[in-house]
Design a protein around this ligand. Structure first.
Ligand SMILES: Nc1ncnc2c1ncn2[C@@H]1O[C@H](COP(=O)(O)OP(=O)(O)OP(=O)(O)O)[C@@H](O)[C@H]1O
Ligand SMILES: [Mg+2]
Length: 630
């Protein structure tokens, strides 16, 4: 029997229905990923299954006695207790027994009260029967893997850490059906890899929503797609889904085109002169009315976000030069003898475990924090703009329009003023939503609004701290392309392996040995170049029995989109650098060169040095990519 069955499920919030008589069955052991654009109703569907929301119509049937656990996208209010207590709630009654046992045993320490001892013994027996000690061990394991501090009070934690606690709670409860809404948000790559393995080995049925394509690819055994109220199942992996979905949309285009042509022909017929009208065929008129109604009912696809960055005047060529930086916090070294030069146009990724100091490093590089040793030189004409999901740049109680406008109905976008309704439309918000409160938005819609707010400001240095959480794959890919083509400088903290691979030109990594290093390329390049692999073998699966060697493995894999692009662009880049180099050499060779002002001479010699370094990097990268491609 199916674990879960949805029958003719219908739900709406006043607008077009989010679910329109949806049917679905979920079998034991499946790992199903629910995909769909932001705001299509994925989280709402999950809430219907857990019972947190009631459908307008239809039935939800969960197998008798089946246990269900849910990680919601937004952290619910009013959860009391310490981290340990919240995670242990996942164990149900057993958690109660364990906490009673712990309390009692600490009370009776020293005094031998027979009644209490007997009570303690009884509790111990009950816990034994429910396999409680092993469950407690699981709680501790999940807490440690998710890098949580068991004694901290839940309410005092940041949003990102709260979600990790709730994830631990959902996992330890060993449910028959585990429902996860964006489980990778705010998790570092090592923890994501651990979670992937954990979920595979747990063997229970999984229904999940994720924006992390690598996570989705690794886990899903089936994809279900929620699009304009319809839920459709796509057996197989993500690649297969993408192809089939594209084919479905194409077929829809063709059908619409046919219908439109037919309707246009019939509209011409009905407008014909008196004579024709007199002989009008009533059946044909009824058919025309039906066609008109169908056309009106048709739900157009959600468009694409019109992402545009308003680039400020270019910054100087050298954006940041950090030399021999030392910085410690609370006696914990964050960076030690770290040097790096960021040039205009570089797209630098920053990766590392939660809490390792990525944001601190960004602040150091941008001159907001003073290093304890070493030097930071910031370039000229920098206009820095931040995107940070956790900084709460949106006011929940204000409307979408109020969040964007500084009074009035217009938004200042770069050098121009734009009407807020038009600007919101670029970000796929319909006019009627401008006066809605931010608190009613779905997770991805909220992130999209944050992007809208960010992109009003002109910048030549863009600093993005986890920008991909909750975004749907279409918007994510558009953001990728926008950043790839960005002429300014980008500093990007992300745990999204595919996003990092596709966007950055170099990566600063907080390596497992505690050192911070800079690598050419993205996440895959870091995997291949880092000193010692530290994470589970899960990062890439080596063949059984063969020794693990990252280099040949790298050779076998396909080039990523960004690598292919780099391979195409590198020869031009090298040529441009070499041309500039020979021009500068000619200038230096001119006897009058050293008679110029000292600063001009220094500028040229410095530039020659940086060209040489960049050429070296380009050649190495070219060699690497060539050998990967061959
Ligand atoms: N209680 C509510 N009242 C009014 N509108 C709501 C309510 N809950 C959700 N919505 C709206 O319903 C739509 C679907 O929301 P939902 O959170 O289910 O989307 P989603 O597919 O999970 O999106 P995302 O990918 O961004 O997480 C959104 O436009 C949201 O604003
Ligand atoms: Mg959602």
């Amino acid at each position: 029997m199916a674990l879960l069955t949805l029958k003719n499920l219908t739900l709406g919030f006043g607008g077009p229905p989010l679910l329109n008589e949806v049917n679905f069955t979920l079998e034991h052991g499946e790992r199903v990923s629910l995909v769909g654009r932001n705001g299509q109703g994925k989280s709402s569907l999950m809430k219907l299954i857990t019972g947190a929301l009631k459908p307008d119509d239809g039935q939800i049937k969960l197998e008798d006695g089946a246990k269900l656990a849910h990680l919601p996208q937004e952290v619910p209010d009013h959860i009391d207790g310490t981290v340990f207590e919240v995670v242990a709630q996942g164990l149900g009654d057993t958690a109660d027994l364990i906490s009673q046992y712990q309390q009692l045993s600490s009370q009776i320490q020293g005094e031998q009260n027979q009644v209490q001892l007997e009570k303690l013994e009884k509790l111990q027996q009950q816990i034994d029967e429910q396999d409680g000690w092993r469950l407690q061990e699981m709680v501790n394991k999940a807490i440690s893997h998710l890098k949580l501090e068991p004694q901290l009070v839940f309410n005092a934690l940041s949003g990102g850490v709260k979600r990790r606690v709730l994830l631990a709670k959902a996992i330890v409860s060993k449910p028959d059906l585990l429902i996860l809404d964006e489980p990778t948000n705010h998790l570092d790559v090592d923890t994501i890899l651990w979670l992937e393995q954990e979920l595979k080995h747990m063997g229970n049925t999984l229904l999940f929503v994720t924006h992390d394509r690598a996570f989705l690819r690794s886990l899903a055994t089936r994809i279900i797609d929620l699009d304009r109220g319809e839920l459709k199942s796509y057996p197989g992996d993500y690649e297969k889904y993408l192809k089939q979905k594209a084919a479905d949309l194409h077929a829809e285009d063709l059908a619409w085109e046919r219908e439109d042509k037919h309707l246009a022909k019939e509209e011409v017929w009905i407008r014909q002169g008196i004579k024709a009208r007199r002989t009008r065929n009533e059946g044909r008129v009824r058919a025309l009315k039906r066609l008109r109604a169908e056309r009106k009912e048709r739900r157009d696809r959600i468009g694409q976000v019109n992402l545009q960055l308003h680039e400020a005047q270019s910054s100087g060529h050298e954006v940041v030069k950090a030399t021999h930086l030392d910085y410690s916090w609370d006696n914990q070294p964050i960076v030690n003898d770290f040097s790096l030069t960021i040039m205009r146009g570089d797209r630098v990724g920053v990766i590392g475990p939660n809490g390792c100091g990525k944001t601190t490093l960004l602040k150091l590089l941008l001159g907001e924090l003073k290093p304890q040793a070493g030097k930071i030189k910031l370039g000229t004409k920098l206009q820095i703009c931040y995107f940070d999901q956790l900084r709460g740049q949106l006011n929940e109680e204000q409307t979408l329009a109020e969040n964007l406008c500084d009074g009035g109905d217009t938004v200042r976008v770069g050098e121009q003023r734009k009407h807020v309704i038009g600007y919101l439309k670029d970000f796929l918000f319909e006019p009627e939503r401008a006066r809605q409160k931010v608190s009613a938005l779905s997770g991805g819609e909220r992130n999209r609004l944050l992007l809208a707010k960010l992109f009003t400001q002109p910048a030549n240095v863009l600093v993005m701290d986890e920008p991909t959480n909750d975004l749907d794959s279409d918007t994510l890919e558009l953001l990728e392309v926008l950043l790839m083509d960005y002429k300014g400088t980008l500093l990007l903290v992300s745990h999204d392996r595919e996003f990092i691979n596709n966007v950055v030109t170099s990566t600063i990594a907080f390596d497992a040995d505690g050192k911070v290093r800079s690598y050419v390329g993205g996440y895959h390049d870091w995997l291949a170049q880092r000193p010692q692999p530290v994470t589970e073998k899960s990062a890439e699966k080596p063949k059984k029995g063969k020794p693990k060697s990252p280099a040949p493995q790298e050779k076998k894999r396909k080039l990523t989109y960004k690598e292919t692009r780099d391979l195409e662009e590198l020869p031009q880049r090298i040529e441009a650098l070499e041309t500039e180099q020979s021009e500068l050499h000619e200038r230096v060779a001119d006897p009058s060169f050293y008679q110029q002002e000292h600063t001009l001479v220094a500028e040229v010699t410095e530039r020659l040095k940086s060209i040489e370094e960049e050429l070296e990097t380009c050649y190495t990268r070219w060699d690497e990519l060539e050998s990967l491609a061959s």
